[in-house]
Design a protein around this ligand. Sequence first.
Ligand SMILES: *[C@@H]1O[C@H](CO)[C@@H](O)[C@H](O)[C@H]1NC(C)=O
Ligand SMILES: *[C@@H]1O[C@H](CO)[C@@H](O)[C@H](O)[C@H]1NC(C)=O
Ligand SMILES: *[C@@H]1O[C@H](CO)[C@@H](O)[C@H](O)[C@H]1NC(C)=O
Ligand SMILES: *[C@@H]1O[C@H](CO)[C@@H](O)[C@H](O)[C@H]1NC(C)=O
Length: 517
Amino acid sequence: MKIDFWIFIIFLLQLQTCSGLEVTVPSNPETGMAGSSVVVPCIYSLDFNQMEPKLLLVRWIFRDKVLLMFSKKDLTSYGRATLNKEAAMNGNVSLLLYGLKVEDEGMYTCSVEYNGELHLKEVQLRVEASPSVEVTMSSTKADDKMNLDCLVKGFYPKDVNVTWYRNGEIVNNGIITSEPRREGNGTYDVNSTLVIISSKIRKDELAECRVEHVSMGTPIKEHFVLTQIGCKRNSFTLVSINPVTIFLVMVLCHGLYWALCNRLKSKSNVVDEESVKPAVEPEADVQKCPRMGEIMVPRLVNGTKAFLQCTISGYCPGNLNVTWLWMKPGTQQLLPISPNDNKTATVEIKREKDKTYTCTACLSINVSVSGENSAQYVCQVEHPSLERPLQKRTGNLHVIGIPVIKVRRETRRKKTYLTAVIEGIFPLNVTIMWSRMKNNKLVDYPETDKQKKSSINLDGTYNVISSIKDKQSRARKSKSFKVTINHESLESPIQQTILREEGVYYLLTENGRNRLP
Ligand SMILES: *[C@@H]1O[C@H](CO)[C@@H](O)[C@H](O)[C@H]1NC(C)=O
Ligand SMILES: *[C@@H]1O[C@H](CO)[C@@H](O)[C@H](O)[C@H]1NC(C)=O
Ligand SMILES: *[C@@H]1O[C@H](CO)[C@@H](O)[C@H](O)[C@H]1NC(C)=O
Ligand SMILES: *[C@@H]1O[C@H](CO)[C@@H](O)[C@H](O)[C@H]1NC(C)=O
């Protein structure tokens, strides 16, 4: 008997170790791109003919947390992770991670357990994010210098090479590159600035910011045509890397641009003006392109008048054309403002010491929710120095309605209600809190004790009515109630206090108390 027992034990052990379970994962790291999905491979083998599905337990573990569990043909997932259940029964328990983030990078443990036998294997996952590259121009305090900024955003891992080229040759001097800065989502940003001496720009020079990153097979190349500096910023700042386009732009620059965008500082400009054959004869006086500030939009209160303002400066000659256009609420079409629209445009022009002009363009509008909320305005400027008009846009306007609040007392079916009537509010989002004094403490009314109703007015604003029931309106004891109303149009919440004394209700104000109607 004893021997039989041991044989049985050995047989059991054999059963365990002889399930033939093998788990394989790749030895090299897997790589996924941020934002997309990735498969982290893990394969197990068993004698599938004799496999008992309910004895299988698969887990994926990341940073000591179970990401998902597959057992008894059921899948439980705790994140952006899944696996193919059918494939899992046949040995493929690869993890599918979707919406990949930088923080998902690390070691993943594939844990396969069959009939009590456990195998763990680790796979490394790397995440990469490709940068976006933008070249912009900014002027510096020194008059003769311009900065070309190459803004490289959203890449991971941190290693990146940013190189500047000028006419195809690497630039080694006059470059300031920032340290990579980590963004909230784990990616990095870097800025590289190339300082350019404006007077040394040769005609039609091409600057290029080249960015190499492990996430991309080929570098990103952003080009910038230097003759445009000081003019045409809004119309033609960036040029794609397509050689045909570059050629076209160069031809354009050679002719039109050069002719129209004469720099005021032509004295200090080493460019030999004679060698440039302008397509258009430049005007006698020097032309300077206008600069446009953003349209300033004040707080827009329903029922008031408001002024949109746009400042255009640094231009000459003085003949500038300002046009306002608008997109009515709920439409997509940009229309010129017509006399029927009841808006008035004005301009104020000033000549500066440096002989350039500044124009302040104003548009007065009558603010109403129905007429202006979500409308958009465009200020458009035409000037002889510009090949095409400059534009600034407001984005969707946001109108607010400041409410008028009245407190009333109402009796319905012998029950007394305290009511706050809120008129002319916009948008509808309003918080109304009721509370009452109980044992010297304020107690809030639960949401269910309140009744709230809203209706829309002709001008697009809303009226909101909120009531509470005073259950002990007959009681002799005095009691006070408070209503607090909060809304984005209010600088601070409005509070009203109501006092009940001997069955009479009063509204407490700074000057005493008024009996409620
Ligand atoms: C395992 O499944 C994944 C998808 O879930 C697939 O991408 C992969 O090719 C499969 N592997 C094998 C060896 O079949
Ligand atoms: C990270 O955030 C930046 C903005 O902060 C965004 O431009 C970028 O697309 C984001 N990248 C990822 C991978 O989420
Ligand atoms: C890069 O420049 C942009 C715009 O000039 C700025 O907002 C950003 O903070 C800069 N980033 C770094 C890493 O210096
Ligand atoms: C950056 O340049 C160095 C030197 O040329 C090179 O070894 C490295 O691989 C580059 N890095 C990237 C991310 O391309």
